[in-house]
Write a protein that binds this ligand. Sequence first.
Ligand SMILES: [Zn+2]
Length: 143
Amino acid sequence: MTISQEHYLPESVVAIFPDQYSREYWDRIARGELAFQRCAQCKTFRHPPGPMCPKCSSFEAEWHTVEGKGTIYSWEIVTLALNDALADYVPYNVVLVEFPDAPGVRLVTNCIDASKEQLSVGMPVEVIYQKYSKATLPRVRKA
Ligand SMILES: [Zn+2]
């Protein structure tokens, strides 16, 4: 099966459940904007978004938009489909991406255009947005 680069994984497994802390993150993603929550007091990033700063305990938060260019911190290849809907999609990758303009954030996503042989720690990537009927997801591609 050919996997479309417009939808890295099937529609049937895509669902998001925003809460009061993550709703802003997902709303911005839907608009094609990658932004991370950070502490309004000490500027420490926190992702996923949450109620309190782990560094200074402030409840004040703000959103910081990043450029969307980062590097792979780690990656893995999933070869066992844990869901029947994914049976035709294995093997697929899961990557952790770091961004120079959001220190400490590691985004869990997929790299849509890199083979197992091409993936490497430190590899430059850029964020793209894949629209599904229920959500828009940030993915990365080789930069
Ligand atoms: Zn803080």
